[in-house]
Structures are given as structure tokens and as C-alpha cells.
Design a binder for this molecule. Structure first.
Ligand code: 6PG
Length: 631
């Protein structure tokens, strides 16, 4: 939009706010004609007002229609400023009739006390101050106006109006790392008016936003900044700013850098992998400053962010509604073409759910690594293994299976690239947090810690090399597994992984009263995210009926079918000293969790023996605690 082409700027407000002064100044600044609506009153109206009688609607309608004709005539030539009190909605409808899209309302606002004081000082005005009260009584505040407070000086008011007249962006994105860049392109390609920002670090990060904008056609209308204040001021209020920055301290520093420029009601969306406890603290802190925070899990990596990620937002539900259209627009779509984005729940529940997503991801990755390991030790090369995994897609397809097939086929000359990759697995912390959360909540999610510790063990490469000299390699002498048995073990462990992950979410939901909807969470994980799979699609309906996958008839049958092969795979690996921590933990967990009796009675007796911690008896249903003198 140009600042002054084909627009009628109606400066409105109750009598005495200074409409004529401001309208005049504004017209000069914009170089367009100025009309004072009062000059167009018929004689009868002026007479009535000067006698102290308020005008009724009848008196006003003809006058408003005259101003509407004036606006239409002026618009044919150029633009203009017209000042008119325009206090009611239907007055404004008459004024803008037929030229609605060319009309811009500027509402001057002041308190009754301030305006009556000012009016008392004015000698040449025909409206007595007594009529001011009636003006306030009939004023219906416009919802589509630029509101400017008259406590500023006239020149400041005009500057504020001019600033607001500049076209503003609907959405801001802060932080142009890999994910931020992809999300920016995704947002811009959905025709969202966007502002992007990246910090300026001399000699290190200079003009990042501008250079990035110039690289991609879809960013042609995007505004790029490396100045925070200008970035914030380029956004429509309430501002919606998505932060795509590193989790932890950086997020706090970024929030602090924004706060001084934000206004009441603005909304920050933290799209990083933030810790859910920190999100809750930040949410409370920002609320004390009248700023909202929507903690949002975003999954899908670089490609997902560009083409459609899975989005897990949380916080205040009403605030979420304001940002929902933007997040829905950029999210992946499920099989029914619904966005893979849903309001997860209160507080930091979105980041909690994303954290568990990552925990499930750790296990899925570890299981695939273990399966490849077994297949390799069974004498297959990576081309054969990738073909085997490819053939599994018909029953166990997933994004991670698909990328593993492609990874195994990647060659560097005649060599497989995977053979050249150092076997030390890194991590960014979400698996660690999931492990802490499951321990704190007292939920037996055993696979996520197992996958995490497998990564940690892998990191001790030098120790492993040394100890290998003492203890030798895996034997593989009695390793004789069919690929079908390995597939069954893989499917079995994946069911346990999803059972445990969803159980952790369900228990957290109860503890924190988040009222999370497991089926809906599975639905937004059916596309866009790293753990999307056929199993996840199946779970959407299952979770509408139960959150206990192990007790669900269809899964009971499936597990019974998979278990014998799984037992065989795990036991053969143990006998041949092949480390398969997640496959074997899946079996161990299942064996313990599905048995009525466990050896925990011995633990209770030991605790009572050395610490008098007491125990309950199976022959006393009252739940009473007993202590025995064991000596
Ligand atoms: C996703 C990924 C993403 C990221 C993880 C990896 O859902 O898009 O989970 O969030 O790749 O941070 O975590 P690690 O570095 O801990 O493996």
C-alpha cells in the first residue's frame, strides 16, 4: 500500500480532541487536500449546536452523505483528509459507503477530563463543553482504526499516524538458523506478510536477514532486519513473533532483547526445543509484563520446516487462537488434509510433548541402528541391508526407516559413507530431559533412557577400543536369524516404545492437569515430524479408545505373534555378545510389566531389614504397613 494514493483518511473522535489541527497537519505532511467536516454542516445543524442542543441522527444523516459524496469525488483525483466526529458505527458506514476499501480511520483518543479542560480554553468553537458528555455517551469505538492518544504533541501525533500508515507485517520470525530460514520461506510462500530478523555480530553475522531475503523469490515482499527495534515496529499489533533460536540461555537473552520494544498483548512463540519447565517460568514472567508466550514444539528438521512441520503449541488457549491461522497455514497436512498442528494444552505442555517426541525418536533411531548392526554381523553388506529394510516398508514404514535405507546406500567412491562415520552419537539434550522427566514422574519409561545411555556409551570410543583388546569381538558363531525374525523383533520393540512414550505423556497430563488428548497428539505426528510412521497413523484411532496399547485386543494379538521371534533375536544376540540395548530392554520391560508377581517383595524386605521402611502384606487388603524385627 502506498502512504497516500487513493485513500480517504477520516480523522475522527469526540469534539475537542483536536481533529482539525491534526487533520490539517497530516494533510500537509502527506501533501493531499484537507476538508473539515464541520464546514459542510447545513445551517440548521450549526444553529442547533450553537444553542447547545445536541444533533440527532436525522440531523446528521444528510451531512454524512454530503461528506461521503465529497470523499468519492476526491478519490477520483487523489487522496484527502476529512475530519468528522464519526462517533457511531452507522455514521461511519454512511461516510465510507462505496469506498470502504479506500477508507482509513484515524481515531484521536483522550479522556473526558483532558478534553473538557482543553475546550474551556478555546474561544472560537461553536460547541459548548456541556455537549461533550453526550458525545462520549454515543461514541462506539471503531475496531479498524489507527488509535492515537492526544496526550502527545500535534507533531508527535502526526508522526505516530504516519508510522501506523506504513504497511505492517502480520508475523515476525526471529533467528535465521537452518530451521528459522526454512520456516520463513514456508510462511512467505503462504502469502503471510512477514518480517524476519537475525542478530548483527560484527564480522561474524552481518546482513544475514537481508542477504537471505535476496536469495529467495518467495521472500520478495518480506521485510528483513538486523535491528530489533525496527523489526518489532514493522509488525501489526498484537505482534506475533516466532523465536527460532537455541534453547536455554539464548532464548532468555533473546526475550530480554525484545521485551523493551513490545506492547501489551503481544505474543511470542518459542519454536525451539525448550525445556517445558523453563517455558512455564518464561510464560509467567512474560505475563507479568502483559506479554504472552506460546511454547511450541516444532518437528520435521530442515525439510519439514520448509514443506510443513508438525507443530505442538501450548499456553493460553485464547491467545493460541490468534496465532493458530499462521501455524495451521505452515503445518504439514494429515491424510484428511487437516493441519498437523493442534492446541496441545496449558503451560509448557507443547514443549513436554515435543520432548517425548524426541525421546521416542531416540529409541526409533537406536532400534534401526541395532537392526542394521545384527544384519551386518549376520554377513550382509549395506546394499543388501538397505534392500532388506526397504522391503520392510510394506509392514513397518516410517520416515526414519526411509532415511536409513537412503543413508545405507550412500557411497563415497566405492565405499559406503556410513563406514567412514565415527561411531560416537551426539545429542542436544531432549533425551536427557525426557529421562529426567520420566524418573521424576515415577513412570517406567525404560527405552528412552536406554537409547540415551547407548549414545553416551558410544561416546566413550577410546575406552571401548581399549577394552575390546581385553574382551574380544562379538562371536557371531551361533548367530542364525532370519530377516523376518529381526523384523518382528523390531516391530515388537516399536510397540513397546510407543506404549512407553504415550504412557509418559498420559501420566504427565494427569500430574500437571494438562488434559492432553493422546489421539490428537498422534494425529499431528502422522506427518511432518521425524517419528511419522504407519504405526502412528494406526494409533490415532486406537488412542480414541484406550491409552493402554498393551491391553488393546488388536495389539495383544500382534504382540503374541511377534514375541517368540523377538525372544529368539534377543537371546541369540546375548549369546553372541552383540549389544542391542533397546531390543533387549523392550523384552525385559515387557516380561516384567506383564507378570503378576515380581521379586520386589525381596526389595521391600531388604528395605525393612536395614532401614525399618516397612512393607505391606498380600494377606492384608487394608494396605496397612508392617515392620518385622528380622533378627
Ligand atoms: C525434530 C528433531 C529435532 C532435532 C533434535 C535432534 O523433531 O525435528 O527431533 O528437534 O533434530 O534436536 O536431537 P539430538 O541432537 O538430541 O539428537
Amino acid at each position: 500500500m502506498s502512504e497516500k494514493k487513493n485513500k480517504v483518511f477520516f480523522v475522527m473522535g469526540v469534539s475537542g480532541v483536536g481533529k482539525s489541527t491534526i487533520g490539517n497537519l497530516l494533510s500537509k505532511e502527506l501533501g493531499i487536500p484537507f476538508f473539515d467536516g464541520d464546514d459542510f454542516h447545513p445551517k440548521e445543524n450549526i444553529l442547533k449546536m450553537s444553542k447547545g442542543e445536541p444533533l440527532n441522527d436525522e440531523d446528521r444523516f444528510g451531512w454524512l452523505a454530503t461528506l461521503n459524496r465529497l470523499a468519492k469525488k476526491q478519490l477520483k483525483e487523489n487522496s484527502c483528509v476529512i475530519v468528522c466526529s464519526a462517533l457511531k458505527n452507522n455514521y461511519r458506514e454512511i461516510l465510507s459507503e462505496g469506498v470502504e476499501s479506500n477508507t482509513k480511520w484515524i481515531h484521536l483518543i483522550g479522556s473526558y477530563e483532558m478534553i473538557s479542560e482543553r475546550m474551556k480554553l478555546r474561544s472560537n468553537h461553536f460547541m459548548p463543553t456541556g455537549l461533550l458528555k453526550s458525545q462520549f455517551d454515543i461514541l462506539e469505538n471503531p475496531t479498524n482504526a489507527i488509535n492515537v492518544n492526544i496526550s502527545l504533541t500535534p507533531m508527535e501525533i502526526v508522526e505516530a499516524i504516519k508510522k501506523e500508515l506504513k504497511p505492517k507485517s502480520e508475523f515476525g520470525l526471529f533467528g535465521l538458523g537452518v530451521m528459522g530460514k526454512s520456516l520463513s520461506r514456508n510462511l512467505a510462500s503462504k502469502n503471510i506478510k512477514l518480517s524476519i530478523f537475525n542478530r548483527h555480530v560484527n564480522g561474524v553475522e552481518e546482513n544475514v536477514a537481508i542477504n537471505f531475503k535476496n536469495e529467495f523469490e518467495e521472500l520478495a515482499t518480506t521485510k528483513a532486519f538486523d535491528n530489533v527495534e525496527q523489526f518489532v515496529n514493522s509488525l501489526q499489533q498484537p505482534r506475533k513473533i516466532m523465536l527460532m533460536v537455541n534453547a536455554g540461555k539464548t532464548t532468555d537473552i533473546v526475550i530480554e532483547s525484545l521485551v523493551p520494544y513490545l506492547s501489551d498483548g503481544d505474543i511470542l512463540i518459542d519454536g525451539g526445543n525448550s525445556n517445558y519447565n523453563e517455558t512455564k517460568k518464561r510464560l509467567d514472567y512474560l505475563l507479568s509484563k502483559n506479554i504472552h508466550l506460546i511454547g511450541t514444539g516444532v518437528s520435521g528438521g530442515e525439510e519439514g520446516a520448509l514443506k510443513g512441520p508438525s507443530i505442538m503449541p501450548s499456553g493460553d488457549k485464547e491467545v493460541y487462537k490468534t496465532v493458530a491461522p499462521f501455524l495451521d497455514a505452515i503445518a504439514a497436512k494429515d491424510a484428511n488434509n487437516l493441519p498437523c498442528c493442534t492446541y496441545v494444552g496449558k503451560e509448557g505442555s507443547g514443549h513436554f510433548v515435543k520432548m517425548v517426541h524426541n525421546g521416542i525418536e531416540y529409541v526409533e533411531m537406536q532400534l534401526l541402528a541395532e537392526v542394521v548392526h545384527i544384519l551386518k554381523l549376520s554377513g550382509n553388506n549395506y546394499d543388501v541391508i538397505s534392500d532388506i529394510l526397504e522391503s520392510w516398508k510394506s509392514v513397518a514404514d516410517s520416515y526414519l526407516l526411509g532415511i536409513t535405507v537412503r543413508i545405507l546406500r550412500k557411497k563415497e567412491g566405492a565405499d559406503w559413507l556410513v563406514d567412514k562415520i565415527m561411531d560416537k552419537a551426539g545429542n542436544k539434550g531432549t533425551g536427557n530431559w525426557t529421562t529426567i522427566a520420566t524418573a521424576e514422574l515415577g513412570v517406567p519409561n525404560t527405552l528412552i533412557p536406554t537409547a540415551l545411555f547407548a549414545r553416551y556409551s558410544s561416546f566413550y570410543k577410546e575406552d571401548r577400543v581399549e577394552l575390546n583388546k581385553l574382551y574380544g569381538e562379538a562371536t557371531t558363531s551361533t548367530l542364525n536369524l532370519t530377516t523376518d525374525a529381526i523384523l518382528k523383533a523390531y516391530q515388537f520393540a516399536r510397540i513397546i516404545n510407543h506404549f512407553q512414550g504415550l504412557n509418559l505423556i498420559s501420566e504427565a497430563s494427569k500430574k500437571y492437569e494438562w488434559e492432553l488428548n493422546l489421539s490428537e497428539i498422534a494425529r499431528i505426528w502422522t506427518n511432518g515430524c521425524i517419528i511419522k510412521s504407519n504405526l502412528m497413523v494406526e494409533l490415532v484411532d486406537v488412542l480414541k479408545e484406550t491409552s493402554n496399547l498393551l491391553g488393546y485386543e488388536k495389539f495383544v494379538q500382534k504382540i503374541k505373534e511377534l514375541k517368540p521371534s523377538t525372544n529368539k533375536v534377543v537371546s541369540q544376540c546375548v549369546l553372541n555378545e552383540i549389544a542391542i540395548p533397546c531390543l533387549s530392554e523392550a523384552v525385559q520391560f515387557f516380561n516384567g510389566y506383564t507378570k503378576a508377581n515380581s521379586p520386589a517383595n525381596i526389595i521391600q524386605a531388604q528395605r525393612d531389614y536395614f532401614g525399618a521402611h516397612t512393607y505391606q502384606r498380600i494377606d492384608d487388603s487394608s494396605g496397612k504397613f508392617y515392620h518385622t524385627n528380622w533378627n
